[in-house]
Design a protein around this ligand. Structure first.
Ligand SMILES: [Zn+2]
Length: 419
């Protein structure tokens, strides 16, 4: 099987090189926006052909001098990504492509031609690569990369991305590996929790501490107050002050550090789980719930008038962020299990948090915060563990290890009887 992996390294750039890459990043974003405007603007609703788009990009690069800052191959990659974004939308996997905002989007330049990269390890700590229109750039050698030096596999391309810490390179690699043998490990149910990060049906819970230390949280709060004060003083239409930009950068660096800690934890815990278990059962995420907008609430003073529900909007945002983090955990589990011969099973598991894992009685009153105390049989335990055991049972049903019989139905009947 072909195994594709990304390898990310931090670039060490001179001031001139960083400025040149910033220029490429801005021009690449502008090219995306021009392409989007050309494809959809002015009420146009038909899809443009690939050849028309390609011609338009070539002409644009001739007519607009600063668009030429984007290397030709990167411009082609933007067209390819843009068209794939529409395909993903039409096939129901993603929202339609949008304009890329100056502050909302991440600057990126694609380098699709692997043979032009000329990646070479210089010594124990450093390596270099070629970036079109910038020249040779150096990066820290923090580990082997397939296809570089004597390492087996091949490089299939790279992408430069600007993050809070500066410019990074992500190498795309492909390694041919023999088919893995079936994983002998047991079956386990995993529930994403708010209190326990990953609750497992056998009690081997994966937890983590806060992503930010108390000092960092204090600093973030202080910086956000400073930014808010400066934003109030800022007049619309004038350029953002250097001080406000610097505060924004400081906030972004703090947040990025917390995110790196989260990603690190996700990688470590998913590797542990994929090593231990042969089959991991997770709850299928309901995309509809993730993107649902909160319902407006009625105005208490004016009859028939509805206000946008800000409190619910915040709750929805928090939930969607939590779901997003969980979705990436599930993605990691899926590919790590596949590499080790294991399987990830997604089951639709309704009412897992309300159903007793021992007697299968379903009652919303059984759940009280982090504890679950069954109103029927009196079993008391952690609510997240209870849900994980229910997911485990749903997974056993998939494998025919458990009869699918009383799942929700009987419980709801008995609730009705009780009422
Ligand atoms: Zn019970």
């Amino acid at each position: 099987v072909k195994v594709n992996h990304g390898y990310k390294r931090c670039l060490t750039l001179s001031t001139g090189q960083a400025a040149a890459l910033d220029g490429q990043g801005h021009a690449a974003r502008a090219l995306w926006n021009l392409l989007h405007d050309w494809s959809t603007g002015h009420g146009r609703c038909h899809r443009r052909s690939l050849k028309d788009a390609d011609d338009a990009i070539r002409q644009g690069r001739k007519d607009i001098p600063w668009l030429a800052a984007v290397p030709a191959q990167a411009a082609q990659a933007i067209l390819k990504t843009y068209r794939r974004a529409w395909t993903n939308f039409f096939e129901g996997r993603a929202m339609p492509p949008e304009y890329k905002g100056r502050f909302r989007s991440r600057a990126a330049v694609d380098l699709p031609q692997a043979r032009d990269l000329a990646v070479k390890r210089l010594n124990r700590r450093w390596a270099q690569m070629w970036v079109p229109k910038v020249g040779m750039v150096r990066f820290r050698w923090t580990g082997p990369i397939p296809g570089v030096g004597r390492e087996p596999g091949k490089l299939t391309g790279a992408r430069l991305v600007r993050e809070a810490k500066g410019w990074h390179v992500v190498f795309r690699t492909e390694v041919v590996k023999p088919d893995p043998v079936a994983h002998p490990g047991p079956l386990v149910g995993v529930d994403r929790g708010v209190n326990v990060a990953l609750a497992l049906s056998d009690g081997n819970d994966q937890t983590h501490g806060d992503w930010m230390k108390p000092k960092e949280q204090e600093r973030l709060l202080r910086l956000e107050r400073t930014a808010a004060r400066k934003r109030r003083a800022h007049q619309r239409g004038t350029p953002t002050s250097n001080r406000l930009s610097r505060t924004h950068d400081q906030i972004a660096r703090l947040r990025a550090r917390a995110k790196r800690r989260r990603t690190d934890w996700q990688h470590q815990s998913t590797t542990r789980l994929a090593d231990t278990y042969g089959v991991i059962v997770v709850e299928e995420l309901k995309i509809k719930n993730m993107v649902r907008k909160p319902a407006p609430r009625p105005d208490p003073e004016r009859a028939g008038v509805f206000l946008p529900n800000r409190a619910r909007a915040k709750a929805g945002l928090n939930r969607s962020m939590l779901n997003e983090a969980h979705a990436s955990t599930v993605t990691m589990l899926a590919y790590k299990l596949a590499e080790r011969g294991g399987t990830l099973v997604k089951v639709p598991a309704p009412y897992t948090s309300q159903t007793c894992s021992r007697c299968r009685h379903r009652d919303p009153r059984s759940r009280d915060g982090i504890t679950f105390s069954c109103t029927s049989c009196g079993w008391v335990g952690h609510a997240d563990t209870n849900a994980a055991v229910n997911i485990h049972a749903a997974g056993q049903v998939v494998y025919g290890l458990l009869s699918p019989a009383p799942w929700g139905d009987e419980a709801s009947r008995s609730t009705r009887r009780a009422a």
